[in-house]
Design a protein around this ligand. Structure first.
Ligand code: NAD
Length: 420
């Protein structure tokens, strides 16, 4: 019955991962149930006047996975395939991620089923503002704090902040993170997720005895996360030889000029047509020989079909849920790919979101250097905890990272007890 409510391949995947971890940790049944199921599942509808005069009704969801360790925190995505199950899965992963990073948050996620690529800026703004109004009774700077995700950005957060603050009668900067710096956003938040991905990829190369300066990388997705991951890796001396987005895939053996590509995509809306690289089949891109492969777009792109054919040393999971459990088994058996699991690899975003929220609540502003130094210290701590656990228990990096996250939540649930 409960599974049926959240029917979606992504939720099944998150659920299966949790069950395996709970089994390995021998969590008591009662704690297992309480950790697994989301606390609040909210669905709202937003009627919007479209530019052509029609009124279209959109569905939006917000799932607050659990509130035992503090307010909930998580992104808001705009994508055509968003459904409640997918949002619940992403909220669950956020829970383990926040706990792994020792942030005082539970996990949440939001999503609106829409295609921002086919909507005008005005339509996106109206949809965002109406969603903010509909969701207002369920969020707050001490309750649920949103951030950008797939298809949303700083501007989306600014509109949400505006609606919430207008109704509150005062500026409430802590209601969202990932907002523009002029609106009390944090220095370094825009690049935080990608910066964290690149930092961890370099730590992994270092553990394998490989040098950044001679390493190559392939990146799928050139949005917020993928572009900053590519840029940071290129700055560190790595050669980014392949990059894809929804419009196509590029290849250049000598390395793609990431800054030039960013300027090109800002004008042209995607990587397709970039003159300083060849095109390549997007599915083939993932299989090319490289040191670091960074899936930074959608879920379930590393599957049982392609996991055996990956030709990378490090798989840096910048996207959420890019690897299916079947593919995971294959990677475990191969043993030659250093996996940086999503809950750790993309945790730079929520960590700097946490810094932003702390700055907002304390009415203080940190420099970019302070932010990125603190970020690297926290990522390094979680990276070492994961490696230590994996080595100690003889498990994969993913199992180790999830066990550490789930363990923190289970302990809090046990300590707090059950009402009534
Ligand atoms: P974004 O919307 O800024 O960028 C998404 C990119 O993926 C775009 O370049 C798009 O063209 C590309 N893409 C979409 N479909 C594709 C396809 N079929 N093939 C190749 N590329 C495709 O989103 P983002 O914020 O960069 O998020 C990317 C991933 O990272 C998501 O899984 C998100 O949940 C995760 N994530 C984001 C953050 C953050 O701070 N933004 C934090 C943690 C995790």
């Amino acid at each position: 019955m409960k599974e049926r409510l959240l029917q979606s391949p992504v939720f099944q995947m998150a659920s299966r991962q949790f069950d395996q971890v709970a089994e390995f940790m021998e969590l008591p049944e009662e704690i297992r149930e309480r950790c697994k199921w989301p606390k609040r599942l909210i669905t709202v509808t937003m009627p919007v006047h479209m530019d052509d005069g029609r009124t279209e009704v959109f569905f939006g969801h917000r799932v607050q996975h659990h509130l035992s360790r503090g307010p909930v925190k998580g992104g808001l995505r705009f994508h055509p395939t968003v459904d409640l199950g997918e949002v619940a899965a992403l909220a669950m992963w956020m829970t383990w991620k926040c706990a792994l990073m020792r942030l005082p948050y539970g996990g949440a996620k939001g999503g609106i089923a829409c295609d921002p690529r086919t909507m005008s800026g005005r339509e996106c703004e109206k949809l965002t503002r109406r969603f903010a109004a509909e969701i207002m009774p369920f969020v707050g700077e001490e309750v649920d704090i949103m951030a950008p995700d797939l298809g949303t950005d700083e501007q989306t957060m600014a509109w949400i902040l505006d609606i919430y603050s207008t109704h509150a009668g005062r500026l409430v900067p802590g209601i969202v993170t990932g907002k523009p710096v002029e609106l009390q956003g944090s220095e370094g938040r825009r690049e935080a997720t990608g910066h964290g991905v690149a930092f961890l990829a370099m730590r992994a190369l270092n553990k394998l005895g490989l040098q950044n300066k001679v390493a190559t990388a392939v990146v799928q997705g050139f949005g917020n996360v993928g572009s900053y991951a590519a840029e940071t890796m290129a700055w560190s001396g790595m050669k980014v030889i392949g990059i894809a987005d929804v419009t196509g895939a590029l290849w250049n053996d000598h390395g793609i000029d990431v800054c030039a590509l960013r300027e090109f995509t800002e004008v042209n809306g995607g990587v397709a047509g970039f003159p300083e690289a060849e095109t390549i089949d997007p599915a083939e891109l993932l299989l090319q020989e490289c040191d670091v492969l960074v899936p930074a777009a959608l879920e379930r792109v590393i599957t049982e079909e392609n996991a055996g054919k990956l030709n990378c040393r490090v798989l840096a999971e910048a996207a959420n849920g890019p690897t299916t459990p079947g593919a995971d088994l294959i990677l475990d058996q191969r043993g030659d790919v250093f996996v940086l699991p999503d809950v750790l690899c993309n945790a730079g975003g929520v960590t700097v979101s946490y810094f932003e929220w702390v700055q907002n609540l304390s009415r203080f502003h940190w420099s970019e250097r302070e932010v990125l130094t603190k970020l690297e210290t926290m990522l390094e701590g979680a990276f070492e905890r994961m490696l230590h656990y994996a080595h100690d228990k003889g498990v994969s990096h993913r199992t180790a990272a999830l066990c550490l996250g789930v363990g923190e939540v289970a302990e809090v649930k046990k300590r707090r007890g059950l009402f009534p």
